[in-house]
Design a protein. Structure first.
Length: 362
């Protein structure tokens, strides 16, 4: 047993210090990036924000909506060759990845998808714990079989395993254990790593080898997305921030809540109609029952199931996120997203913002 005393930070622990800027408007900020990936040698251009491969987020309809904005989607693992093929003609292969686990059945499904859809470029190899030897060997095997594909692999949170996965064939390493809004890994296992520090350490390790990272989890608002990019993330993956939209395909639940007010004439109670969508972690009991029909005896749920407000189409959310990042860039004098990390100075804080009216219902 040992203890590390170096302080590790989360998004809520810091703010970005403003700096003198020559930018006159948010319109001047360019959020597009161009990356050349280490192993596949492929070039990618777009805005490096990703929808997570979670139920209610990583859907084909979400990919269709986000690709219009040049944003990326990692499809859920449950898509099989036939289901992807039905709408594949509309999907831009530059803006989505097929996702896979590491079982023999998963690998067989991946091979069928890539055989039937040869234009697919991105493979996301996704497990909750990227520290096992089995996972590293699987990444290495996929690289051997698909040398020209862009491989995303994770999740890890430390420099050593970031380097290990890159050396085994990953072009992009997914970083994050426990920060997600519906993840309970830290409660169930006691394992995790503050996300901002994880990004800083893993980005440094990946960039030293000519590879890239994704910050996966922990963003609750556009400011957190900007902080992730400021810390050195090449891509930022969002789950909860993209949940609750039409494109996620979840059932809309309508409830009527008592406002504790009465009609001035009839004196009848006044109820307010509220709409919600169910959202859950992919290691939750809800997800395990849906995809496997049971919760295996040897494991416990590491995700929660919640109801979140229904938010309609995703376009307004996208514009809100991109607008926030552009504004960040104007505050620090970064004309491009590429320049943001070079212009970022984090200051440690004890309070993020004034929330006196946040819960004021009037």
């Amino acid at each position: 047993m040992r203890i590390e005393f170096d302080e590790k930070l989360d998004f809520s622990d810091v703010l970005i210090r403003p700096k003198r800027s020559t930018l006159a408007s948010r319109k001047e900020v360019d959020l597009n990036r161009e990356y050349t990936f280490k192993h596949s040698k492929q070039i990618w251009k777009g805005i490096p924000i990703m929808a997570s491969n979670m139920d209610g987020v990583g859907t084909v309809n979400m990919a269709l909506a986000l690709q219009k904005h040049e944003l990326f989607t990692c499809l859920v693992k449950s898509y099989e060759s036939e289901s992807i093929g039905n709408t594949f003609a509309e999907l831009d292969p530059n803006f989505f990845a097929v996702s896979t686990g590491t079982s023999k059945r998963d690998f067989q499904n991946l091979k069928e998808i890539l055989k039937n859809q040869p234009s697919i470029k991105f493979i996301c190899i996704d497990v909750a714990n990227g520290y096992s030897e089995h996972f590293g060997a699987f990444v290495e095997n996929v690289r051997k079989n698909y040398p020209e594909h862009i491989i995303i692999a994770g999740n890890v949170v430390t420099a050593d395993m970031t380097q290990e996965l890159i050396l085994r064939g990953a072009d992009i390493v997914k970083v994050g254990i426990g920060p997600g809004s519906v993840c309970t890994t830290r409660i169930q296992t006691g394992v995790g790593y503050p996300q901002l520090s994880a990004i800083i350490e893993c980005a440094d390790a990946a960039h030293g080898l000519g590879a890239h990272i994704i910050s996966d989890g922990g963003c609750t608002c556009p400011g957190d997305v900007a902080k992730a990019f400021g810390a050195g993330a090449d891509f930022v993956m969002l789950g909860g921030m993209f949940a609750g939209h039409d494109e996620g395909g979840g059932e809309v639940i309508t409830e009527y809540h008592d406002t504790h007010q009465k009609h001035s004439v009839t004196k009848e109670p006044i109820y307010k109609e509220l709409k919600f969508v169910e959202f859950y972690g992919m290691s939750s009991s809800t997800a395990m029952m849906k995809h496997h029909g049971e919760i295996a005896e040897y494991r416990s749920s590491e995700g929660r199931t919640v109801k979140i407000p229904y938010r309609g189409g995703v376009d307004l959310t996208v514009k809100d996120i991109l607008g926030g990042i552009r504004s960040t860039c104007t505050y620090v004098g970064a004309p491009t997203l590429k320049q943001l990390s070079k212009c970022t100075t984090f200051i440690k804080v004890h309070r993020q913002y004034n929330d006196v009216f946040v819960n004021n219902k009037h």
